[in-house]
Design a protein around this ligand. Structure first.
Ligand SMILES: Cc1ncc(COP(=O)(O)O)c(C=O)c1O
Length: 396
């Protein structure tokens, strides 16, 4: 039976998960393929996994590990993993290349580069996915068109154009409407829609995007020397990243399943609201969604990962902006000799939440945190909105 708890700046639903193989379709095998592709990129580097040992000691748990995706491909966020792998698979298919034996070196051939230069992609983004697509289009020698929802800050639009070969435009529509508009442009112009969420009839390309994110899982596994986390806190927009990694770790964990916590921005909390509806179906979030967590500002869960998010998650949390602000500051000014992490609005919310959990015995109990807990967090972006980052850190 689900339980709901309301706290000052966040609400929590707890549920007893029911693991099933059918709901966890992203696995180690797929991760091996994506790692093979990503490691063929000349600029590939494993991103750091920081151990916040002073904070763990202070809060009397075994460990807090933070995967720092601000170092990914020089893009300041994890998203390029998905865009690049999906684009690779799409191009292989279009050009008749076998993805299992092809890697990035094949795309240096003159005939392949010439063919790529005629191919155009299109996508919607609130920032990081578009930057990843622009960058990937640049390295494969393709063109790309990126559309952004209203309210997007100009710095994010510019960063997309600077990252690679895309043009980027801010629309006057909300995110979900921009996705529909982009899909219609793809149809009209013969562009390839490369979107990081799925819906009935549009599943193959987003599946490859989610598989691309699994490279993070494989890196973490190696960095943890085979010892898996007991708790994984994953922030979600449409849930593609969270669901992909949740599925990967559930498959890996055998009988020792981790407690998975899905964390969203209030108002864009479509997974939380779907859990609350408790009818097995994914629902579009109801309510206005102004939030500084731009990457989490999405209204509809990704259908491909909805089964794992529904069945395997222990806790769903909907947070106000103040929680991520706490996380951003705590990362920037850590305890003792812990590494300072530059984490943006969508990157830090899980750490802000964890700090709140540590402060209360009741929350520790609800989150099943004790002295043996090994908590994994992913700081999914760095400082992607410099003005807001300075505001939050009081650096004006
Ligand atoms: C920095 C950051 N973190 C998390 C997310 C959430 O990813 P998803 O939309 O796959 O849930 C996004 C999405 O754009 C993001 O940019």
């Amino acid at each position: 039976m689900d339980r709901k708890y309301c706290f000052d700046h966040f609400n929590v639903i707890s549920r007893t998960p029911v693991y099933s193989e059918d709901s966890c379709c992203f696995t180690e095998e797929q991760a091996k393929d994506t790692v093979r592709f990503h490691t063929s990129l000349p600029f590939y580097q494993v991103t750091p996994l920081w151990s916040m040992s002073c904070a763990a000691k202070e809060y009397q748990i075994d460990s807090i590990l933070v995967k720092d995706e601000s170092f990914r491909f020089g893009l300041n966020a994890f998203k390029g993993l998905g865009g690049s792998y999906s684009m690779f698979r799409i191009l292989c298919e279009k050009l008749g290349l076998d993805p299992m034996t092809t890697d990035f070196s094949t795309f240096q051939r003159e005939d392949i580069r010439k063919a790529c230069s005629d191919i155009e992609f299109v996508t919607t983004t609130d920032g990081n996915h578009g930057k990843g697509v622009s960058w990937a289009a640049g390295i494969f020698g393709c063109k790309a068109h990126v559309y952004m929802p209203k309210g997007t800050v100009e710095a994010r639009r510019r960063a997309i154009e600077t990252a690679g070969s895309a043009t980027a435009e801010i629309t006057d529509m909300i995110y979900d409407d921009t996705v529909r508009y982009t899909a219609s442009l793809a149809e009209k112009n013969g562009w390839i829609l490369i979107q990081d969420t799925s819906w009935p009839g549009y599943e193959r390309f987003p599946r490859w995007i989610i598989e691309g994110y699994l490279t993070m899982g494989e890196e973490i596994r190696t960095q943890m020397n085979g010892q898996l986390p007991t708790h994984i806190f994953l922030q979600a927009g449409v849930g593609s990243m969270a669901g992909g990694l949740e599925s990967y770790f559930m498959n890996l964990a055998g009988d020792q399943k981790p407690v998975v916590v899905i964390v969203e921005a209030k108002g864009s909390d479509c997974i939380y609201q779907s859990a609350q509806a408790n009818d097995g179906k994914a629902h579009t979030a109801v309510g206005e969604a102004p939030t500084i967590m731009a990457g989490l500002n999405c209204g509809t869960p990704c259908g491909l990962v909805w089964p794992v998010l529904r069945d395997c998650t222990s806790l769903y949390v909907s947070c106000e902006d103040v929680v991520t602000e706490q996380g951003m500051r705590a990362y920037a000014k850590p305890a003792g000799t812990d590494k300072a992490v530059v984490s943006g609005e969508s990157g830090a919310v899980t750490y802000g939440l964890l700090r709140n959990v540590f402060e209360s015995d009741r929350l520790r109990e609800i989150f099943q945190i004790d002295k043996n807990s090994r908590v994994l967090l992913i700081s999914t972006e760095g400082n992607t909105d410099p003005d807001d980052y300075a505001r939050v850190l009081g650096e004006f």
